[in-house]
Design a protein around this ligand. Sequence first.
Ligand code: PSU
Ligand code: MN
Length: 289
Amino acid sequence: MKIGTQVANALATKTTVGLESTILAHGFLRPKNLELAIAIEKEVLSHAATPSTISVVEGEATIDCGETYLRKICMEDFAKTNIADLAVYMGRKRNAATTVSATLEIGAAAGLTWFATGGLGGVHRDDGGDVSSDFHALATKPCAIVCSGIKSFLDIERSIERLETLGICVVGYQCDKFPLFYSRESEFGLEHTASTLSEVVEIARAQRKLMRSLVILNPVPHKFSIEKREVEHLLASIESSATGKGKSPFILKKLGEHHNLVTANFNLAINNAKLASELAVFESEMYLR
Ligand code: PSU
Ligand code: MN
């Protein structure tokens, strides 16, 4: 594994914020993806945390920061890898962007504890049995990840049930409904809500001992939230013939044609990096220095 110097130094005080690279390589078009990558790093650094983006570069699991590295992920060809085929890209010495699952796998091995993303994978709506490997990683790695829910084109209800089955702890941060990624709320109420950083940190520390992950739900900021009806209307118009790993990128690409959705996705990702940074620094100051 290759760990950049700044990330390695921050690991000593646990002020790293692990970031996935699939959102960059496959979730946004060029050059918007690089703009997002740079904005996220700036946000994390402004909280005295260290951005730690994970990917596979020429077969090597890599955790690093800085514009040269981000530009490579955003502008060169990076495949999409999850835990199931990480070994293929490593074995063949290829470049690959890591989904949340592969990001947690590599990040946890390096000792990272706090992560941020836009939306998690989950259970798809059709009956094809497609369940993101993100859930497997969350069930087996002791990480804490801030997100705005799961991608809106998934089956929210079945995803919530599956999270529970797998022992993945879910807590809403200052919200009491499961957020819908582009929209602040769904009709699904949350059993557990935390209103302060300290509460989240305590729950994360307890869940870490159970060797499973904590999902911290942080809804899209008010001013970027989009009506659920509007998102559903757009989704209904998308005919997806893609299957497997290509399915999410296909739908995301279609949704990416809508400016307000891209803006929501962009800003929620930054907002999640902000909260993850605050949590990492809070825990570090309370317990780890
Ligand atoms: N949410 C986004 N954009 C993305 C993803 C999520 O807004 O690109 C990515 C994340 O990397 C997530 C992955 O881990 O999609 C899940 O893919 P799949 O459903 O194929 O497991
Ligand atoms: Mn899948």
